[in-house]
Design a binder for this molecule. Sequence first.
Ligand code: CP
Length: 316
Amino acid sequence: MTQNPQLSDSGALRHLLTIEGLSAKLIHSILDTAESFVSVGEREVKKVPLLRGKSIFNLFFEPSTRTRTTFEIAAKRLSADVVNLNVSASSQSKGETLLDTVDNLSAMGADMFVVRHAQSGAAHFIARHVAPHIHVVNAGDGRHAHPTQGLLDMFTIRRYKQDFTRLKVAVVGDVLHSRVARSEIHALTTLGVPEVRVIAPRTLLPTGVEALGVQVYHDMPAGLKDVDVVMMLRLQNERMSGPFLPSAQEYFKYYGLTADKLQLAKPDAIVMHPGPMNRGVEIDSSVADGGQAVILPQVTFGIAVRMAVMSMLAGA
Ligand code: CP
């Protein structure tokens, strides 16, 4: 038995549950594989037969625009059969348990589950339960992890900045409630980024965040100074159990990314955001729609990265 439940004894990817514990070599291999899939999206016929005959079930127990849709596009481009479970109209509403739902879908011939759930650990729970031939991809679990978002963010940074080992990267905003921030920080530190900064008010940082290998800034202008990459985060209001901030206006004043604040970063710095964005709360429209933003390319690259993950899991 290997230590990392998402890897097989030979070190191949069996499930993708978290970036934590993946080697730099494996992450680069996923990014390299994704690179080979970018051109598929540029062809007239956007399809390769790698997952023909495989059945992929999207189980999204939380809302999603980008992740669910790009997983579906990615699976279809790999020629898989895709089923999107309509959770609100499923028998979960009649009291069926998560594992009974998974067992029934497995009985229909599922080869892979792509799971988003509000509970941290939900994808691990399913991965421990399913038969050995079934693969599980975590599409975001609570505040724990969103590994394919972290990977597509690394793909985007590599595309624009090439060498991770020369970068200063700032992750700005609600780190406390953000699964994206955790996945990004694990990926950036594993890939050798020498300076990963987190910029946030004290109330939106987990205790002991420095142990993840980041430098903490509460002052946004100081934290943005000379960075190469600015990764903005949304305020995760749906995961806040009480008032963490005086107001959205106050938050924007101190932690919203404006054109003036962005000038403190390097002149060729890129601005990223996983979406959905809250304009005027964490980011000004002039920046979100400006020349340094790579927010929509992140979405496009997400298709190739998810194709890479699914094809590697299936051993294609
Ligand atoms: N980035 C992200 O997870 O977006 P969705 O919630 O729209 O999937």
